[in-house]
Design a protein around this ligand. Sequence first.
Ligand code: NAD
Length: 512
Amino acid sequence: SLSIKDILDHLHINDTNHAFSTGSSQGSTTGALVKNIVSPVDGQKIASVTFATEEEYDAVIDTATNAFKSWRLIPAPKRGEIVRQIGEQLRAHKQQLGTLVSYEMGKSLQEGYGEVQEMIDICDFAVGLSRQLYGLAMHSERPGHRMYEQHHPLGIVGIISAFNFPVAVWSWNAMLAWVCGDVCVWKPSEKTPLTAIACQHIVKQVFEENGVEDGVSCLVIGDRSIGELMSNDTRIPLISATGSTRMGKAVSAAVGARLGKSLLELGGNNAIIITSDADLDMALIGAVFGAVGTAGQRCTTTRRLIIHESVYDDFKQKLVNAYAQIKIGNPLNEQNHMGPLIDHDAVNAYLDSIEKCKAEGGRFIVEGGRLEGDAYASGCYVTPCIAEVENHYKIVQHETFAPILYLMKYADLDDAIALQNGVPQGLSSAIMTTNLREAEKFLSVAGSDCGIANVNIGTSGAEIGGAFGGEKETGGGRESGSDAWKIYMRRQTNTINYSETLPLAQGIKFNL
Ligand code: NAD
């Protein structure tokens, strides 16, 4: 019920927005490239941003470097208290921020709110974590010696994020990094910078109210060239990058060449195995939400269904019926299930993949295509589609970031698991079965090779309590829950001798 103008005012988004922000100070708009941000929902310009220059980027890194010196001295539970206040502010702004996520990115309003809820959840998690950054005590082999390990903050954490979760992924990194004592420099996707600017305004106010030095939270607006500066910058010990596998390979090579640390969250090619013992009604909801939610633009989107031959025809018919019910249109209207793709390039990639799939022999049982008409004037709306394919098709091996669902048939569970694992990516996977043996086999050492493996849940919609990420071309990083915090800290082993002699380890004799 709020107008977009009211929301922009509420979130301090101006007509022209600055290239960078380090808390209390904001960049100038002079001389830098200006980009109009257009909503995929209705094709209207929302606002414009300037891109940071290299000099502006350098100034941000200087401010962040300085801020780290004082931020690291604040006790972790006190840093947690500030993150708690950020969570409170996100609660207060949930409706506005969630709506802007939906309008700028195109996901449904419910998913926009859900994204802000994830940010609130990670704040809560980080507050508890701020009192649980545990080290370990060991037993020394030497008498009168104590040995332990502790974790210290790293310094600057560089966060490069993708358009599809324009704010949640930043918060998974930033909230943990902050309680760990790090400072953050965030380069959001150039496709969705406005929600990032809104978040920076929210956290900036909290940091200021707490008298925290400028630069603990920094935002730099720009495209891949800013990402490249960050990857090559020895002042940034950790780069956390979320996006395509192509981007991840470039970032990993640049960070690796300087022996920095990288945390990579890259593409997925996620499958659900539907066995002869599956509850097909549950499988249907999991599969359809997984395939069309966020218009197929989640890293955990369900891209492949591997279906037992005995239920294949039945399930295929259920899918076709369900797809006929899907309402596509303005995602701010809660009657619609699916909104637009992010931009025209994404639509072209989707159309191109459909052609490639057909050329390789794919048979479409629900046809795709671009939607025309007044309601789809942005040119970004497409129909979710379904094709029967073989796993080895080049296009099936590739992550197309769009609602194209591939079906394949299996007879033996080992073959189904081999198909599920038989792609370059390794993010999320699921099995739908009521058979204990099948479920346990899928989770066993000989089962799914993904970072996420679910039973009777689809591939998308992870909770923040677990470690999130995947293997192979997904990049190997883990974020958010469990012990994912450890990558934001450096580990130090300490041995203290409180005896009156100096025995050497391994019993080595060295007499003077
Ligand atoms: P993208 O790779 O085009 O861009 C992601 C970010 O990387 C942007 O901020 C971009 O400016 C930056 N970038 C691009 N090239 C770079 C380079 N060479 N060096 C440094 N930075 C560079 O991805 P996108 O289209 O925004 O997002 C979609 C992709 O993200 C999909 O592949 C999706 O699976 C993946 N993704 C993965 C996860 C995960 O947690 N595994 C989560 C969300 C999205």
